[in-house]
Design a protein around this ligand. Structure first.
Ligand SMILES: *[C@@H]1O[C@H](CO)[C@@H](O)[C@H](O)[C@H]1NC(C)=O
Ligand SMILES: *[C@@H]1O[C@H](CO)[C@@H](O)[C@H](O)[C@H]1NC(C)=O
Ligand SMILES: *[C@@H]1O[C@H](CO)[C@@H](O)[C@H](O)[C@H]1NC(C)=O
Ligand SMILES: *[C@@H]1O[C@H](CO)[C@@H](O)[C@H](O)[C@H]1NC(C)=O
Ligand SMILES: *[C@@H]1O[C@H](CO)[C@@H](O)[C@H](O)[C@H]1NC(C)=O
Ligand SMILES: *[C@@H]1O[C@H](CO)[C@@H](O)[C@H](O)[C@H]1NC(C)=O
Ligand SMILES: *[C@@H]1O[C@H](CO)[C@@H](O)[C@H](O)[C@H]1NC(C)=O
Ligand SMILES: *[C@@H]1O[C@H](CO)[C@@H](O)[C@H](O)[C@H]1NC(C)=O
Length: 747
């Protein structure tokens, strides 16, 4: 029997994240190489970014010859760069002892940036647990300086056999396609090959796991003359059979290459079939998107082509992670020199649920793409330095990270590593939303109870959950599925229970009471200042306020500030945005003021539900979730604008009689109702400014000296734009962000 308490919202996200970060695979040792860039004396350098997770780490970075040794202490959740100069660069068909070893006492990720002015690429360095003994080389294109290197970071000698698919000169000897080269690599030794001939399909077999890096020292693209590209290759054991490809940065001519390892591998690209033999490959231009499946594991690479429009960008190389190996949480590193992007590829149906640096994805600029139920989001991060994290609660995804600048670019991918700080399992999470709750039950709790997803349900047994990733997701409507409403001190509570029931019995192996608590009559500080945007994106509850041009209430006003003739009328509508018909709304107080800050000079329009302004007129409404009224336009002496600020009470019809049904109250009654605590809560909304036209004069000609603070106007316009101009919908912290589950798991 366990008891867990969970809070909703951002805190739940952090809680979950900490939970996931506290367990982890060993990812403490790495083998890196400084691949030959433009030329050894050109001033190129290799930056290794060392990124920690939940634990601080002491990390040693060493090269045996020329000697390099640096120990760095890194705090938890931080990134520190270690830079090696060009004497550590390996080059031209040599064996050297320049293997860069990284050892850490806690989990780490390592990102390598091989940098020289106008020619850069980056790669993710694989942990030694992901190294293997069998590789196939990919080198992009003939006619340039193709290169690869094999590094032995272990403490024993490795016997390595390399069977070439191209011609290579090494140590005065020429090797031709089909020739095998055998070599013993001592600990910390690496062998490097460089040639004009294409080496894709070259096979590397080793007696013990080695690291293999590949690319081109001086790649010739459609317009670029000489660009450095590299990537660490995945051993055959980590290859996959299903891939989803989306173009990066709107390119339409990037080259996809697919290499096979086993005989008669059938590769299917968008329904076109290719049969591949070990080391043979097929390539194509990626115009839009493509689905690649293979009968046996393949390696898929993506060569980003240079272009001149809209930016002059260089090529970079990434390995495409198979979709099966995707995860739900990544840390990655960018450099501020570039316009940085991340492309997320996932089966998630919308951007909701993704968090990038703790912010929902919709707070970033992104473009999205879709093929066969898979989606990509290319998110612009801007010119930012350092570490980032991207997360989704239950949908796994892969990422590409890349940076573009004039004549330079870098790119790497993540998702293919098998050893990595653990996937999030986290505690159960309950989100309270306007229409109901959303409960995420870790699948592991269900399988541990020897139950299946269909055995999980609410009080009403037909209300079942669905499997999404590692979670069973159960929607908890407040008006169905056995949900009840309780009145507690100062809050209204919706309750239900999740059960895991042994089929055909009354035995519950899982029983988790759920509560969504709503504070009653909360006071909101709300105004049209820039923080409005925050409220809109974080809120859990929607109350809309619309202004109309006539009492037909069919002609909403969509432009603000709204100018009305002083002799006209203002038509106002409030509505709870929910399809739950059990909600009711009541405008309790409404007052007008010449500005949001000015609290002295105000005028009551509605007080305790009673009309105070003598022109105020209420209208019949189609639903109790709505309230409409009109009033004759007025203005304050010497002020051009009027702001309306209203106190809204939302109730449930289960609690009738309640504040919403009681209507206008005075003195004694008011106290009674206050004590009965039957309303659900209230929101204060401000709409405005409403700008008055005196005799049709334009605003700037009005005689009033008051000027509207520009931030107010900008915020109003921004909000309108965000909500597609339909209406001003204001999302409130209506539920007090206090969902709670009591996890009682009894057998
Ligand atoms: C890690 O640090 C970043 C800032 O670099 C912060 O945004 C994030 O919340 C931290 N993550 C955890 C799990 O502490
Ligand atoms: C780093 O080097 C120091 C000194 O050589 C050694 O004591 C320590 O164990 C090393 N740490 C790791 C994680 O290899
Ligand atoms: C590389 O560029 C930086 C900044 O633009 C400049 O300071 C530096 O001198 C350049 N280095 C070389 C080797 O050209
Ligand atoms: C490399 O080839 C040699 C000679 O054919 C063979 O003896 C050795 O076992 C091979 N090594 C590996 C790792 O396959
Ligand atoms: C891709 O195109 C979209 C829409 O035109 C644009 O907003 C985005 O910035 C482009 N992405 C890149 C990396 O150029
Ligand atoms: C694959 O199919 C998609 C959707 O039908 C299409 O947009 C894309 O261009 C195709 N890709 C290739 C490489 O044929
Ligand atoms: C709700 O709160 C407002 C502001 O604190 C107060 O004026 C009003 O009387 C309260 N209404 C009820 C019904 O408690
Ligand atoms: C509340 O409203 C819903 C939807 O109109 C209705 O089905 C239900 O019977 C009402 N409940 C009460 C107690 O009036």
């Amino acid at each position: 029997m366990g008891l867990e308490r969970v809070t909703v919202g951002r805190n739940a996200f952090l809680f979950l994240l900490m939970g996931l970060l506290s367990s982890g695979y060993a990812q403490k040792e790495f083998v890196a190489l400084f691949m030959e860039n433009f030329s050894p004396d050109s001033g190129a350098y290799l930056i290794l970014y060392l990124t920690t997770y939940d634990k601080a780490a002491v990390v040693n970075v060493s090269v045996s010859d020329p000697h390099f040794y640096q120990t760095v202490s890194i705090e938890r959740n931080s990134t520190i760069p270690v830079t090696l100069d060009s004497q550590y660069m390996i080059y031209r068909n040599q064996i050297s002892s320049k293997v860069v070893k990284v050892t850490s006492d806690a989990d780490l990720s390592v990102f390598a940036f091989n940098t020289l002015n106008y020619t850069v690429d980056a790669g993710l360095v694989l942990p030694v647990e992901d190294l293997g003994t069998e590789y196939y080389i990919f080198t992009p294109g003939p006619g340039s300086y193709n290169q690869f290197a094999v590094a032995n970071g272990a403490s024993t000698t490795a016997s390595v056999n390399i069977t070439f698919t191209g011609s290579v000169d090494f140590d005065g000897q020429s090797y031709h396609p089909g020739d095998t080269f055998s070599v013993f690599l001592q600990p910390q030794q690496a062998i490097h090959f460089q040639t004009f001939s294409e080496l894709t399909g070259t096979k590397v077999v080793s007696s013990t796991p080695v690291a293999v890096f590949s690319g081109n020292k001086c790649h010739y693209g459609p317009t670029t003359k000489c660009d450095f590209i590299f990537e660490q290759l995945e051993p055959v054991q980590n290859w996959g059979t299903s891939f989803v490809l989306f173009p990066l940065a709107n390119n339409s001519k990037d080259i996809i290459d697919i290499v096979a390892a086993l005989p008669d591998t059938i590769v299917n690209v968008n329904q076109t079939e290719y049969s591949l033999q070990p080391g043979s490959h097929v390539n194509f231009f990626l115009e839009k998107s493509a689905i690649v499946t293979a009968s046996q594991p393949v390696m898929v690479s993506y060569l980003f082509q240079d272009r001149t429009y809209p930016g002059e960008y260089d090529p970079f190389l990434v390995i495409v992670p198979p979709i099966q190996l995707s995860r739900k949480y990544y840390k990655f590193v960018t450099e501020a020199f570039y316009d940085n992007y991340i492309t997320i590829v996932s089966k998630a149906t919308s951007d909701t649920g993704f968090y990038l640096d703790n912010k929902p994805l919709d707070q970033y600029m992104f473009t999205t793409n879709e093929i066969n139920g898979f989606r990509s989001w290319e998110v612009s991060l801007g010119k930012v330095d350092g570490q980032h994290e991207v997360y989704h609660r239950y949908s796994a995804f892969i990422i590409y990270v890349y940076g573009l600048e004039v004549r330079v670019s870098y790119g790497y991918s993540m998702g293919q590593e098998t050893k990595y700080p653990d996937e999030p399992v986290g505690p159960p999470v309950l989100n309270c939303l306007p229409h109901g709750g959303e409960f995420y039950l870790p699948l592991s709790l269900v399988t541990k109870a020897k139950l299946s997803v269909s055995d999980v349900h609410l009080e009403e047994p037909t209300c079942q959950g669905t499997l999404e990733g590692n979670f069973v997701v159960i929607n908890v409507p407040f008006n169905r599925c056995g949900s009840k409403v309780l009145n507690e001190d100062e809050k209204i509570v919706h309750v239900n229970t999740v059960y895991g029931t042994v089929p055909g019995t009354e035995v519950h192996r899982i029983e988790i009471p759920l509560r969504c608590e709503m504070a009653t009559n909360e006071t909101f500080g709300f105004s049209f200042l820039p923080q409005v945007t925050d409220v809109v994106s974080q809120g859990q509850y929607l109350i809309s306020l619309k202004l109309y041009q006539s009492e037909a209430f069919t002609d909403p006003i969509t432009t603000f500030p709204y100018e009305v003739d002083l002799h006209g009328w203002l038509y106002v509508e409030f509505e709870v945005q929910s399809d739950d018909e059990g909600f009711q709304i009541f405008v309790e107080n409404c007052k007008a003021s010449p500005s949001l800050e000015n609290t002295q000079e105000n005028y009551n329009v509605i007080q305790q539900g009673c009309p105070v302004d003598s022109t105020l007129q209420m209208y019949q409404v189609p639903s109790p979730r709505m309230q409409r009224f009109s009033l004759h336009v007025f203005k304050f002496y010497n002020f051009g604008q009027v702001y309306l600020s209203c106190n809204i009470i939302v109730c449930r019809n289960e609690t009738t009689p309640n504040r919403c049904t009681q209507g206008c109250l005075t003195g004694r009654h008011k106290r009674e109702v206050y004590n009965s605590k039957v309303h659900l809560g209230s929101a204060r909304l401000s709409q405005g400014p409403v700008v008055f036209q005196s005799g049709g004069e334009p605003l700037q000609n009005s005689q009033t000296p008051h000027t509207v603070p520009s931030s107010v106007l900008v915020a109003v316009i921004a909000v309108i734009a965000m909500l597609s101009g339909m209406a001003l919908v204001i999302q409130k912290h209506y539920y007090k962000r206090k969902g709670r589950t009591d996890l009682e798991n009894s057998l």
